[in-house]
Design a binder for this molecule. Structure first.
Ligand SMILES: [Zn+2]
Ligand SMILES: [Zn+2]
Length: 356
């Protein structure tokens, strides 16, 4: 099957900026991510395809080669694509770490021997309404992540049957082999370098030493937080092992569109529809406020379509605490699409008067 064009795969222009490419990839990867499409081979292949496109287009040199010579140029330069899913996750861990639940979990939580180690960081995404983001809010966030098994304290051994010193290595975790004059040490295979072996596996965790735990964490979102910003909640990540400190929880904020307002930095923009007659005569309108109420605003006579009225300090609080942005009301002048007979007659008359 012919390979699709990388720009087409990500749905971006050939002139797209690195930021646009990254954005497009995150969107596609989020949609086709295997965690969200378990057992869906079609999604998996699309996930791989967009990951490959991103790997090339996010690398200046590879992108340049691809722009000039296409797929063949990359093959010629020895580029073989990102490989299997595991490689993709490893390669783009930073990117996934930002976005997908607990991508960094495995790496942080396991395989560090028996010394104290800091718990894994947890990452999650929370969607807030624009009003909540503007006023600040508190949320209970449900977390689900692996944690040391409570029954065996993470040892993996059934209580009452503690792990025993490994007989193969004498508890050292290392075995030595003579190779001529050299003595070579390697990790003991029997105990996988732990120095202890489990006689009876913990029934709660089946010897894995960890179970999935669910808990709630209350998180406060400061007034004025914007989409794409991430909060760090210290110490609310996964528990540490063997007395190590817990990891942190990172909460990325997404803000829903609001039908009434558009956000521009700390300013809020809303539309005020009025008839062309009112625009000419001047009028008073009610404008919605984000916190629920409304306020009355004078539209002066002779207001033009698109003209903006600024209500100072009625926008979004600044995160640094220095006041608020503005509320900007943009006048939309409505022209009737249909006229009744009476309206038409009077309009004709008015038209003539206006042309005098
Ligand atoms: Zn256990
Ligand atoms: Zn051993």
């Amino acid at each position: 099957m012919a390979k699709r064009d990388y720009y087409e795969v990500l749905g971006v222009e050939r002139t797209a900026s690195p930021e646009e490419i990254k954005k497009a990839y995150r969107k596609a990867a989020l949609r086709y991510h295997p965690d969200r499409n378990p057992g869906n081979a079609e999604a998996e292949s699309q996930f791989k395809e967009c990951s490959e496109a991103f790997q090339v287009l996010s690398d200046d040199e590879k992108r340049h080669t691809y722009d000039r010579l296409g797929h063949d140029g990359l093959t010629g330069a020895g580029y073989a694509g990102p490989g299997d899913l595991g490689d993709i996750f490893t390669h783009f861990q930073d990117l996934f770490g930002d976005f997908f639940g607990f991508a960094s979990q495995e790496a942080a939580g396991r395989g560090r021997g028996d010394g104290p180690s800091r718990g894994a960081d947890l990452k999650t995404v929370v969607v807030l309404s624009l009003a909540d983001a503007v006023q600040g809010t508190k949320r209970d966030i449900d977390l689900e992540h692996p944690a040391a098994c409570g029954a065996c304290q993470g040892s993996g051994a059934e209580p009452g049957n503690p792990p025993e010193k490994c007989t193969a290595c004498g508890g050292r975790g290392q075995v030595s082999h003579a190779r001529g004059v050299f003595v070579i040490s390697s990790a003991c295979r029997t105990c996988e370098g732990r120095g202890m072996t489990i006689k009876v596996r913990c029934r709660t965790c089946n010897g894995r030493g960890e179970t999935v735990t669910r808990r709630k964490v209350k998180v406060s979102f400061p007034a004025g937080i914007d989409s794409g910003q991430t909060l760090r909640v210290a110490g609310q990540g996964a528990a540490g092992r063997n007395g190590g400190p817990p990891g942190h929880l990172y909460v990325e904020v997404h803000i829903e569109d609001d039908p009434r307002f558009r956000r521009e930095g700390c300013d809020l923009v809303c539309e005020v529809p009025i008839s062309f007659a009112r625009a000419a005569l001047g009028t008073e309108v009610e404008i919605p406020l984000l916190d629920g109420g409304t306020t009355r605003v004078q539209i002066p006579a002779g207001t033009q379509p698109g003209q903006a009225l600024t209500l100072r300090g009625r926008g979004i609080p600044r995160l640094d605490g220095h006041g608020r942005g503005d509320l900007i009301a943009v006048v939309r002048v409505l022209i009737p699409r249909k006229l009744t007979r009476k309206q038409r007659e009077q309009m004709e008359e008015l038209a003539e008067l206006l042309e005098e």
